[in-house]
Design a protein around this ligand. Structure first.
Ligand SMILES: [Zn+2]
Length: 89
């Protein structure tokens, strides 16, 4: 219910605002049923790397702990064998 501010005469914002929308992120690799991430699968790994070459954190990728670790290890292996860059400018 709006209440008038006595000083400015403005209507105060009512407090019955909608709660913040929450939607559960589901792990993409779990839903696909992938149990192993190959370090030679550059197309897949490129989805989890930022434009500057950094590995994206889990809060952005939405992966589960198991798959995030698999992706991270695969990217690191791909870097060592020069399939992916360590740094992009
Ligand atoms: Zn997963």
């Amino acid at each position: 219910m709006p209440v008038k501010n006595t000083k400015t005469g403005d209507l105060k914002r009512s407090f019955n605002r909608k709660p913040h929308k929450t939607f559960k992120k589901s792990c993409l690799l779990c839903s696909k049923g992938i149990n192993h991430v190959d370090y030679k699968d550059i197309e897949l790994l490129n989805n989890y790397v930022a434009s500057n070459g950094r590995i994206l954190p889990r809060r952005i990728t939405g992966l589960c702990a198991k798959h995030q670790k698999m992706i991270t290890n695969a990217i690191k292996r791909a870097r060592v064998v020069a399939l992916m860059p360590f740094v992009k400018e």
